[in-house]
Design a protein around this ligand. Structure first.
Ligand code: ZN
Ligand code: ZN
Length: 411
């Protein structure tokens, strides 16, 4: 069998990563993270970046086998540690205006058979160590993006009944379609898509809803929106003056909930893959914005540990709207990868909010964000609550209900 990953489309994906995702500027450095398996894409992106005038392109590789070796042989104290020095260095690079690119390709179930206690501790140490670095991207100091590569173990997870080669080919095709690189002119297709998303968030910004009410099977949730919240989606202006497309693909428009004004109960509609563990059938109840009761049909230990990361982990940091007719949803594929699955359904995120989702986001301070209801946490974990059975009403500042979604589609 020939290479299951089309080299033509992989090259186009590298171009989209540099020219749409990052919009790398001449002289700008690039810091990339990727699993070893994604070397073919890393090399194409490196070439495209230098052709676009990049100063220095530096890639840090991860290796899933090395990760598993740690769980098998490392001393217990290893699981409370992380490579702080590396993440500090990366944060320093971003302070010097380096752009950031992450390639996602890993097996989402890599850690499924490891001790959940160790997984939880390692995740916590990692979240803490990456916090300063994450701050630079979450607050859009610099242009950044994430793209995906069809790793073999990930592909086998998504298409378990196929041979490895067939599974990789199918996942590659799904990634290329969702990333719009199978179009004649992917860069023009992204410009068009960004305009559609902009029309949706502009309407929501005009409405300036006080809250959104989600109703569906197992769900009656009222999400109060932060004071002075702003909706965003698609391309986003970074503080360094470059407008980037932070996720390839992306189908969502999203904003910041009020951390103290969420009430009711909600049931997840798709499994969540969290650092190698599958969490499914999540059920939570909110009181005054805080999760008061929580459970999950699968992966409950890891889910509850995640909620204990810090106080902010029990409050919402994002609410996002995605129609059921989105191409990723219509593909019918469960990717076990938040980057894709969150773009197939409406979702909420526990933890850190995005400062771009406030009016005056370029100058707003952390104190102001907190005062207006923005949440802060070491985590930001999205999970899906949308389906073709969900209705959403917007509730205006005067208490009037406006249909926003009916049966999973824009009303
Ligand atoms: Zn989102
Ligand atoms: Zn999110």
């Amino acid at each position: 069998m020939s290479n299951p990953i089309s080299s033509t489309y992989l090259k186009k994906l590298a171009e989209v990563a540099v020219k749409v995702g990052l919009r790398l500027e001449e002289g700008q450095d690039l810091v990339m993270t990727a699993p070893l398996e994604a070397v073919p894409l890393v090399r194409l992106i490196t070439k495209a970046a230098y052709k676009a005038g990049a100063g220095l392109v530096t890639t840090f590789y991860g290796d899933p086998e090395a990760t598993l070796a740690r769980y098998k042989y490392a001393p217990d104290a290893s699981f409370d540690r992380s490579t702080d020095w590396l993440f500090e260095g990366m944060a320093k690079a971003y302070d010097n205006n380096a752009a950031r690119l992450a390639i996602s390709a890993d097996n989402p179930m890599l850690l499924a058979n490891e001790d959940p206690e160790k997984v939880g501790r390692a995740n916590k140490a990692m979240s803490k160590a990456t916090a300063p670095m994450r701050k630079r991207t979450v607050e859009f100091d610099i242009n950044w993006t994430i793209v995906s590569y069809p790793g073999a173990d990930w592909a086998k997870q998504v298409f378990p009944d196929d041979s490895e080669e067939m599974a990789v080919q199918k996942l590659a095709e799904a990634i290329f379609a969702a990333s719009r690189v199978d179009r004649d002119d992917p860069i023009a297709a992204w410009a068009e898509h960004n305009a559609v998303l902009a029309s949706k968030y502009k309407w929501l910004n005009e409405q300036n809803f006080a809250s959104l009410n989600f109703v569906g099977p197992g769900t009656d949730l009222t999400v109060g929106l932060a004071d002075g919240h702003e909706w965003a989606g698609g391309e986003a202006p970074a503080k360094n003056g470059i407008t980037c497309n932070p996720n390839i693909p992306t189908e969502e428009v999203f904003t910041t909930p009020h951390a103290q004004r969420v009430e009711g109960h909600v049931t997840s509609t798709k499994p969540l893959s969290y650092h190698g563990t599958l969490i499914d059938e999540i059920y939570v109840e909110f009181e005054a914005g805080r999760i008061a009761k929580a459970g999950a049909g699968k992966g409950e230990d890891v889910f509850l540990k995640m909620l204990d990361t810090d106080e902010g982990a029990r409050h919402l940091g994002e609410v996002a709207l995605v129609p059921h007719s989105s191409p990723i949803s219509q593909s019918g594929i469960l990717f076990f990868n938040t980057l894709f699955d969150e773009n197939a359904a409406c979702h909420i995120a526990l933890g850190q909010c995005y400062s771009e989702c406030f009016k005056g986001s370029k100058t707003i301070t952390q104190e102001q964000i907190k005062k207006q209801g923005g949440n802060s946490s070491q985590i930001h974990v999205d999970w899906m609550i949308g389906s073709d059975k969900i209705d959403i009403d917007g509730i205006t500042q005067d208490g009037v209900r406006v249909p926003v979604f009916r049966k999973g589609e824009w009303a």
